[in-house]
Design a protein around this ligand. Structure first.
Ligand code: ADP
Ligand code: MG
Length: 797
């Protein structure tokens, strides 16, 4: 058991604008506990809280200032926790802080650079690396990804995400069994056998989260996300299984409602978030106060899920993320205060070991079989379960003749089979009872004689018989245990109302296999692992499927608009940059692959050369009748050192190629995610334009009337096209419509003003029209509107 208080760390985010930076200092004296001092400017201190303290000091395990990179954070915070999870203890790392302070950046990572990857991908990498190194145990890894939004739990890895909206998916609910263990109904566990598979699950969950998010709900800042790595391990042949869980938690923004100044629907949400964090705070307060018997875990879903992480069987670490800009100082102080309370909580982590009765039964059965075989060796007879009818009959005959034999020297010879000996006794007892034979003394003395004649063997038999009996008893006990366990599980299932379908669902591979085109993308792996890669690609392609599915539905006009939208979008720079990096990495990988092959063949050649030299030397020795020199000659030594050098080179390149493979995979996932995001934002913008068309038409119309100089024949013509009845077929024909006619396509490709109307960041959540005719109208409207505006500009110039 490990008793430990929750470790608290602080991470300060670099400010967006340097001059807005608040004043703080980090005191990292080696001997003392590091502390963070936040100094409030006078004007802020006046309005802040109820006292006028100007400086606040908080102690942390360690404070990571602005320049701390993701690698440092992982090495110092996450690696030790991951280490204890590998040893069989539960672990939790949670990030707490206001929106924008860097929680997601710390836990998941940035969306742009590979070096920005956060604790989750780095931990996955580390864990799988360690598992590969340790061949003494058999490990199984599963992943789950839960989002809690407005007190409802959602499974971010539910394969039905693709087909259904968030609201239609079954909610994840918390169940408690009679032993107060927490079970999460409807949360699927996905086995991940490699780092890539686990990484794919992370990205799948993140993308599902992004797709479900609307600008109105902004779930990413208002929800809590719990990414869990479930690890079980056992030694080969052992019945003891160790289970450990690692929760990596990205909490909702901790800002107070009053500050955000929201109302209505958002206020309800904010209240929920704050309620959720408020309950977390209550649990923390209750835990930090001694002698409190009741801890209000059950008040919220999040505290129920994290029950073991807080004051329970877990090694827990908190990262307080701080944005120390002037306007955020009060929230930062709140975060630090919260952390100070958290630091008082003591957890008791124990190894979660359990004995698997099935494995014990298997082992005992094996032992019984071995004992039986041993017995058969001693007796020279192969044992069956029971004596046959014929054998029994034969025995009874022997007993009868033995009893009838008047010769006092007569013996009952049944051989060394203990089953037969036992049967004789049973039968005699029965006869004795039935016929009230009084000569029992004779019989017992006879049998005693027999016992004395073969004392050693008899003792051996008895021993073996006792062991057999003992093992049979153990099996009975274990079978009963199993039955009880099964009953318990059934009761829990019944309680949960969990249907079998669900269970099967989570067991079966939840993703489709990727399309062949996708399969082409990752051909770096060596042949034996290709099958594995394919399944990974399958998962990723399901991610992309959504994206591609969205594109397929687009009308031509929309596609055109999308291309322009994409080109002007801020993220496209990132996508392009990553594309470039990917290209570089691909060519680097290709070059490395070639060098590896070269090195491999060189190694082969060198080995061959050394062997040849040996053969030559031996041949020389025979022909010249000389002994082969014991010391290798200089030439051979040179060859050997060359061989070692090549091997080293090979190993270095191989390691680099492996790392490259992970980086490429990560970059591809980042790009996929960015593309889905882009697509989503385009849809929102498009929908907004659709509404503008419906709502703003009269306004544009009237604007047009107020500009008399625009009454040229051209503009009149356009106006008549624009604002004529929609059912006017002729008008639509001459519109620069994106309908798939070569003429219109040519026209639309030359028109540029549309590009200017595309906002950098769309804001709306009006549903899409989904109707290609309306879509054509929108694009036509936008173009015509742009063209009018352009003319207005020209006119005014
Ligand atoms: P939160 O999840 O707390 O709301 P984010 O992690 O989304 O905040 O961070 C907000 C923005 O700040 C993001 O654009 C992120 O990339 C950036 N950011 C956060 N922390 C850091 C950091 N330590 N270094 C660089 N950029 C950061
Ligand atoms: Mg976030």
């Amino acid at each position: 058991m490990v008793k430990q208080t929750i470790q608290i760390f602080a991470r300060v985010k670099p400010p967006v604008r340097k001059h807005q930076q608040g004043i703080y200092s980090v005191d990292e004296d080696e001997k003392l506990i590091p502390s963070l001092e936040i100094i409030l400017p006078r004007d802020l201190a006046d309005g802040f809280v109820n006292n006028k303290r100007e400086s606040y000091k908080f102690k942390f395990q360690r404070i990571f200032d602005q320049d701390a990179n993701q690698e440092t954070i992982f090495e110092n915070i996450a690696k030790p926790v991951a280490g204890s999870v590998l040893a069989g203890y539960n672990g939790t790392i949670f990030a707490y802080g206001q929106t924008g302070s860097g929680k997601t950046f710390t836990i998941t990572g940035g969306a742009e650079r590979y070096s920005d990857r956060g604790i989750i991908p780095r931990t996955l990498s580390y864990i799988f690396e360690q598992l590969q190194k340790d061949s003494s145990k058999i490990y199984t890894t599963h992943i789950s990804y839960l989002e809690i939004y407005n007190e409802c739990g959602y499974d971010l890895l539910d394969p039905r995400h693709e087909a259904s909206s968030l609201e239609d998916l079954p909610k994840v609910t918390v169940l408690e069994d009679p032993d107060q263990n927490i079970h999460l109904k409807n949360l699927t566990l996905h086995q991940a056998t490699t780092e890539e598979e686990a990484l794919n699950l992370l990205f799948l969950g993140d993308t599902n989260r992004m797709i479900a998010e609307t600008p109105m709900n902004q779930a990413s800042t208002r929800s809590h996300c719990i990414f869990t790595i479930h690890l079980s391990s056992k030694e080969p042949g052992s019945a003891t299984v160790r289970h450990a869980k690692l929760h990596l938690v990205d909490l909702a923004g901790s800002e107070r409602v009053a500050k955000t100044g929201v109302g209505g629907h958002l206020l309800t949400e904010a209240k929920y978030i704050n309620l959720s964090l408020h309950y977390l705070e209550q649990v923390i307060i209750a835990l930090s106060e001694k002698h409190r018997s009741h801890i209000p875990y059950r008040n919220s879903m999040m505290t129920s899920v994290l029950r073991d992480s807080l004051g329970g069987n877990c090694m827990t670490t908190m990262i307080a993320t701080l944005s120390l800009e002037k306007r955020n100082l009060d929230e930062s102080i709140s975060t630090c205060r919260f952390a100070q309370r958290v630091a008082l909580i003591k957890n008791e982590a124990v190894l979660n070991e359990e004995i698997d009765p099935r494995l014990v039964i298997k082992r005992l059965q094996k032992e019984i079989q071995e004992l039986k075989d041993e017995l058969a060796m001693v007796t020279g007879e192969q044992r069956t379960e029971a004596l046959t009818e014929a054998e029994l009959l034969q025995l009874e005959k022997l007993i009868t003749s033995f009893l009838e034999d008047q010769d006092p020297e007569s013996r009952l010879e049944v051989g060394t089979d203990m089953r037969k000996v036992h049967h004789c006794f049973h039968h005699l007892k029965k006869l004795l009872n039935d016929k009230k034979i009084l000569e029992n003394n004779t019989v017992s003395s006879e049998s005693k004689d027999q016992d004395c004649r073969e004392p050693l063997k008899e003792e051996e038999y008895r021993k073996l018989r006792d062991i057999l009996k003992q093992r049979d008893n153990e099996i009975n006990i274990l079978v009963n245990m199993l039955k009880k366990e099964k009953k318990k599980a059934q009761e829990a299932l019944h309680l949960a109302g969990m249907d079998r379908r669900e269970f099967r669902h989570s067991q079966s591979p939840p993703f489709r296999l990727g399309n062949p085109e996708e399969g082409q993308r990752m051909r770096l792996s060596s042949a034996p692992s290709q099958a594995q890669d394919f399944s990974i690609l399958g998962k990723r392609s399901s991610l992309l499927h959504k994206k591609i599915g969205m594109r397929e539905e687009m009308s031509l006009g929309r596609q055109e608009a999308f291309e322009i939208f994409k080109r002007d979008h801020a993220d496209s720079v990132t996508i392009d940059d990553n594309k470039q990096i990917l290209k570089q990495r691909f060519s680097e990988a290709k070059a490395l692959g070639e060098s590896i092959n070269e090195a491999r063949s060189k190694i082969g050649d060198l080995k061959e050369e050394i062997t040849q030299r040996h053969i030559q030397q031996v041949a020389l020795g025979i022909s010249e009748n000389m002994a082969v020199p014991l010391m290798p000659d200089q030439q051979e030594e040179k060859l050997r050192s060359q061989l070692e050098e090549e091997k080293r080179r090979y190993k270095t390149m191989f390691t680099r190629l492996k790392a490259l493979k992970v980086e490429i995979e990560h970059l591809q996932l980042l790009m996929d995610k960015a593309k889905v995001k882009l697509q989503k934002e385009f849809e929102v913008w498009w929908a907004e334009e659709a509404t503008n068309l419906q709502v703003n038409s009269p306004a544009v119309n009237s604007l047009d009337h107020t500009k008399p100089f625009l009454q040229t024949s051209d503009s009149q013509h356009e106006r008549s096209q624009l604002f004529s009845n929609k059912s006017d077929v002729n008008a639509r024909k001459i519109l620069p419509s994106p309908c798939p006619s070569p003429h219109s396509q040519k026209q639309s490709s030359t028109s540029t003003p549309l590009e200017d109307s595309i906002p950098k960041r769309p804001v709306s959540s009006i549903p899409l029209t989904g109707d290609s005719q309306t879509d054509s109208d929108i694009i036509a409207f936008i173009k015509a509107r742009q063209s009018i505006l352009q003319k207005q500009c020209l006119g005014s110039n």
